[in-house]
Design a protein around this ligand. Structure first.
Ligand SMILES: Nc1ncnc2c1ncn2[C@@H]1O[C@H](COP(=O)(O)OP(=O)(O)OP(=O)(O)O)[C@@H](O)[C@H]1O
Ligand SMILES: [Mg+2]
Length: 250
């Protein structure tokens, strides 16, 4: 079997006495969409922030594309794109200018950044709004699509998508699904988080369910459903509730 594109070993991160990530290990194959699910506060975003080199783990290690962040942090950064849970864009700039800005931050030449910006906005169905008006005038769905288009700048090989479809209509959501599936078909590796179980079931080849900073289950959606009954008649939501319980987290 090929070496996994992303390997994490025993990652840990605490905030004061809260163990937000408590010994997380998993691997993601090249070209796989891997789902990281879990209730609010499970540690998904903290895991993604570690893997996208925004914060340092207290312990543990990980490698992306065969490179360790300890020895090759710049190489690792050049391989990844991140679509954060909170929109990260400049509201007072056009969509096009946002993408060019982030492209330049990723060391693209001005011309390359402009080319990629247009291509990515086209991919997200935003070509006609690229230079028209500030992003703050966009709908929620359009802003989410700009957020995703930004993550694609610099042709990353691994994408971190942290709840990319939160709060948007079925049309925008479908546009995002199709884009993600196309990217996957072209070899992109994707780490995906969502609270929408049907979405995870549709998109993800394998899923890790986190709770309290730990992975409590990891398998294909089909195998996870098989653990509690007939997979043809069980939803991933039932598996999720069975594994994580019904108590509220906040
Ligand atoms: N910078 C921080 N300082 C203090 N506590 C933090 C910080 N970041 C996260 N936490 C805490 O760590 C825990 C895990 O948070 P995290 O954001 O990783 O969860 P999550 O699984 O992404 O949740 P959600 O589904 O709500 O996005 C939570 O209890 C959160 O309050
Ligand atoms: Mg989160």
């Amino acid at each position: 079997m090929a070496e996994p594109f992303l390997i994490t070993k025993e990652l840990q991160k605490s905030f004061r006495d809260l163990k937000a990530v408590n010994g997380v290990s998993f691997s993601v194959e090249k070209g796989e969409i891997f789902g990281l699910l879990g209730p609010n506060g499970a540690g998904k975003t903290t895991t993604i922030r570690i893997l996208s080199t925004i914060i340092q783990p207290d312990a543990g290690e990980f490698a992306i594309g065969g490179y360790s962040t300890k020895t090759n942090p710049d190489k690792v950064r050049s391989l990844i794109g991140i679509c954060p849970q909170e929109l990260a864009l400049y509201a007072d700039m056009s969509a096009f200018d946002n993408l060019v800005f982030f492209g330049r931050m990723a060391n693209l030449s001005s011309e390359e950044a402009r080319q990629q910006a247009m291509a990515n906005l086209e991919l997200m169905g935003l070509a006609d709004r690229a230079k028209k008006g500030r992003v703050e005038k966009f709908s929620g769905g359009m802003m989410r699509r700009v957020n995703l288009a930004i993550a694609l700048m610099g042709h990353p090989q691994l994408l971190f998508l942290d709840e990319p479809t939160v709060g948007i209509d079925p049309q925008s959501r479908n546009n995002i699904y199709e884009t993600i599936e196309n990217l996957r078909d072209n070899g992109m590796t994707i780490l995906y988080t969502t609270h929408y179980m049907e979405e995870a079931d549709r998109l993800c080849k394998r899923i890790a369910i986190m709770d309290g900073g730990k992975i409590i289950a990891l398998d294909t959606p089909y195998a996870l459903k098989s653990q509690i009954g007939d997979p043809e008649h069980i939803s991933l939501e039932e598996v999720f509730l069975k594994l994580t319980g019904r108590s509220l987290r906040d």
